[in-house]
Design a protein around this ligand. Structure first.
Ligand code: MF3
Ligand code: CO
Length: 290
């Protein structure tokens, strides 16, 4: 941690002297570090101006998903969803963050049924009655990032699939309840995992959530198979995603060899995911995007 001198300007950028600003905050973090905990660097702690910009980005992200929710239906292609995302994001002044991100070829991820995540929109993939689909939207507005995803049930979906979709959503909010300053990411992870286990489902291990705001993907990496009291210390100003991927069968996955992106359940079972973007506040949390 790079600490300013007592009379120097605080690292947070509000112009106050360090001794009148984040000095006690940093000491508290250092106590946790001395106890062996993983602690956040200053560069993932957002100041109020940055938080405002990130929220403006999230306004677009939420609007895009609201549009998808109103228009998604059997018979459309996932390329159509990609066009909606590009149109609305562009009209609102943003850029879809997935496009060209590490070579990702489209502007949104659309993952159907046994696809866990990173499904690539295509004219050839047509939504059918009974499908479940995750639409994962991420926005870059003036260099500030937002990210969230929702599940959609197409037409008449089986009770079995609906139960999975609902449990995946519920698990996010079970995790969210555990988010508070001076707690740990693992408190959230364990709450997700305990709930999913109690429902008879499994949580994907290799793919998780992430810090976000000034970059699309920042520290920390966020696991949902973690234990209470472990993983990174949470402090006000951190922003990260809660986005567990829930499989109806076993947790094992594999990556599509042909496109190098799309992840599937190994046993072919159905998979569901909801994603929210969360800010750690002085007394708990705030949902930034959903
Ligand atoms: N929205 C996904 C996430 O939650 C992004 C995957 S990377 C992409 O991290 F390139 F596929 F978009
Ligand atoms: Co994400």
């Amino acid at each position: 941690m790079n600490k300013p001198g007592r009379n120097d300007e605080c690292w947070c950028g509000n112009g106050k002297k360090y001794k009148k600003c984040h000095i006690d905050f940093d000491e508290r973090i250092e106590e946790f570090k001395a106890q062996g905990h993983i602690v956040p660097d200053h560069d993932i702690i957002k100041n109020p101006e940055q938080i405002e910009k990130i929220k403006e980005s999230a306004v677009i992200n939420i609007a895009v998903l609201d549009y998808v929710a109103e228009h998604i239906t059997a018979g459309i292609s996932t390329a159509e969803i990609n066009r909606w995302v590009e149109d609305i994001t562009g009209k609102m002044g943003g850029i879809p963050a997935p496009l060209n991100y590490q070579g990702f070829p489209k502007s949104v991820c659309t993952s159907i049924n046994n696809e866990v995540c990173h499904g690539i929109p295509s004219e050839d993939i047509i939504l059918k009655d009974g499908d479940i689909i995750n639409v994962d939207v991420s926005t870059n507005l003036n260099g500030y990032f937002s990210d969230s995803s929702r599940m959609f049930c197409i037409g008449n979906v089986s009770e079995e699939k609906k139960r999975l979709v609902n449990a995946a959503k519920e698990s996010v909010y079970k995790g969210l309840e555990q988010v508070k300053p001076w707690g740990f990411l693992g408190d959230m992870g364990q709450a997700v995992n305990d709930y999913i286990k109690s429902m008879g489902y499994s949580v994907v291990r290799e793919v998780g959530g992430h810090g976000i705001g000034l970059e699309f993907h920042e520290d920390p990496w966020v696991s949902y198979v973690s234990k209470k009291g472990t993983e990174m210390l949470l402090v006000p100003g951190m922003i990260f995603t809660i986005e567990p991927m829930i499989n109806m069968g076993k947790h094992d996955i594999y990556v599509d060899e042909k496109n190098g992106w799309t992840i599937y359940t190994k046993d072919g079972s159905m998979s569901a995911q909801w994603e929210i973007q969360v800010l750690v506040t002085q007394d708990g949390y705030e949902i930034i995007s959903y």
